[in-house]
Design a protein around this ligand. Structure first.
Ligand SMILES: NC(=O)c1ccc[n+]([C@@H]2O[C@H](COP(=O)([O-])OP(=O)(O)OC[C@H]3O[C@@H](n4cnc5c(N)ncnc54)[C@H](OP(=O)(O)O)[C@@H]3O)[C@@H](O)[C@H]2O)c1
Length: 243
């Protein structure tokens, strides 16, 4: 049986990189998507190929539908198949409601809301029996904080996408699920404002934040044949933190 092909968005750094490396261990050929992190994407791909796997890098701003269409056209040309799609790329910004910043709002709506929709729309034309879509949400969608309203809303929307797409794409044998990370590093927590990391460490009874590889393990399970009956589900991984 030919090896599966997995697209991981935002795989040049953070959680996306760990997911790409983990899926490669399960022998998937990996499309390492990036937007600005060209060097990071090369490192991800080289790490996979150095371990005997296969990976290509592909750039697209997922907030732009035409760029997402070009990304999928490149995957068609290179592999002629697609089995697993992981919507990991995402951005966050926060601030007081009274200081609402349109630029930040458009940025989050573009990357966190329209981006996964554009990606899934192209994926829906290609994925068949055994196909997988795995969407990354955020525990800040479950437990919004003061100042996180816009980001939290874009991430909780992901759960709605998952439930709708699971019903629609189940008919073609595709499962769709959400992974909901809590504070995680490497990833966004590395660039969070001072004090955030300590806050999230204390919020978990484990006294720490999560690791990107812990998130990648859940994605690997959902991508595997063993998860064939799991669809429309949301798996939270935040070390029992109420944040
Ligand atoms: N880390 C956490 O604490 C945490 C917690 C909860 C949920 N999450 C979620 O987990 C996912 C991964 O987050 P992370 O921690 O890995 O974030 P990160 O390290 O900040 O990386 C953000 C990723 O998004 C990509 N991206 C940004 N703008 C893009 C655009 N216009 N088009 C395409 N890709 C774009 C970046 O690609 P380039 O660098 O190539 O531009 C990068 O790979 C996100 O959906 C996030 O909401 C993270």
């Amino acid at each position: 049986m030919p090896m599966k092909v997995a697209l991981v968005t935002g795989a040049g750094r953070g959680i996306g990189r760990e997911i790409a490396l983990r899926l490669a261990k399960d022998h998937a050929r990996i499309v390492v998507h990036y937007s600005g992190s060209e060097e990071g994407a090369k490192v991800t791909a080289e790490t996979i190929t150095a371990a005997g796997g296969e990976a290509v890098t592909c750039r697209a701003d997922i907030a732009k539908r035409s760029e997402v269409q070009a990304l999928f056209a490149a995957i068609d040309a290179r592999f002629g198949r697609l089995d697993i799609v992981v919507n990991s790329a995402g951005v966050s910004a926060g601030g007081a409601l009274a200081d609402l910043d349109d630029e930040q709002l458009e940025w989050m709506l573009g990357v966190n809301f329209r981006g996964p929709l554009y990606v899934a729309s192209e994926a829906a034309k290609r994925l068949g029996e055994g196909g997988r879509i795995i969407n990354l949400s955020s525990s800040l969608g479950e437990f919004p904080m003061a100042g996180s309203g816009a980001y939290s809303a874009t991430k909780v929307a992901i759960k709605s996408f998952t439930e709708s797409w699971a019903k629609e794409l189940g008919k073609q044998g595709v499962t769709v699920n959400t992974v909901i990370p809590g504070a995680t590093a490497p990833g966004m927590m590395d660039t969070a404002p001072p004090g955030f990391r300590a806050f999230f460490e204390q919020a978990s009874p484990f006294g720490r934040i999560g690791t990107a590889s812990e998130i990648a393990e859940i994605v690997a399970f959902l991508a595997s044949p063993q998860a064939s009956w799991v669809s429309g589900a949301h798996i939270i991984a935040n070390g029992a933190a109420s944040t």
